[in-house]
Design a protein around this ligand. Sequence first.
Ligand code: PGA
Length: 256
Amino acid sequence: MNQKHRPLIVGNWKMNPATVSAAKTLFADTGKALGRKKYDVDIVAAPPFPFISDMQRLPAHKQIKLAAQDVFSEPAGSYTGEVSLSMLKSVGVTYTINGHSERRKLGETDEDVYKDVQASIKSGVVTLVCVGEKKRDSNGNYFNIVEQQIHSAVRDIPKSKLKRLVIAYEPVWAIGTGMIPTAEDILEMKLFIQKVLSDHFGRPASNTVRILYGGSVNKKNAEEILSQGGVDGFLIGGASLRGKEFADIVKIASNV
Ligand code: PGA
């Protein structure tokens, strides 16, 4: 039997909004829409780097944890333009996103993702690894792609640290397009990912890994994907920029 996990809902703001004051408004509005109620859901937002420390000081941070959209694996030194895990942790980051397809598109390799994941896990943050095919072909090659991405990224994580690992299945063709796989396709991929993890780490340890879906999630499709797709939560782009809709998705997750 697979254990049931506490749902995890992560909003990936990407390179939005344009100013720190707009970011504060979005974070506060999301908090307001969530209200005071305690949900049995881990709620996370990933603002752009320059805004993170401001978010940490807002009351909504009590409900909404902070993620970094990317990390750099080295601890310090001559790496112009990069941001380290200790910097991120010092401004309240407790989650990282690794290997998002938009980073991979800009040149991040599987080896880079591997190093970022290693550094994230070591630093103690919850580490989301994004995997997903660019397109679906009729002979199921997308399973091989996802398997290879997972193996490459997680291969050296000690079993004892697997509780910190989250896999986000994000088919690239579904990101920002309004197209989503069917709930059956999502369930099939979720079971496949569980098998890849259990082949690698063994059953009890791999059962602690949460598996999310990402790609055109909104408040209309969230319930079906959670209940029939069997995933443990979402990585949400566009809809996370609308505080009320993001909060609605959290509420749906707390009821499924
Ligand atoms: P989307 O983005 O929800 O806008 O499709 C998801 C993501 O890129 O994580």
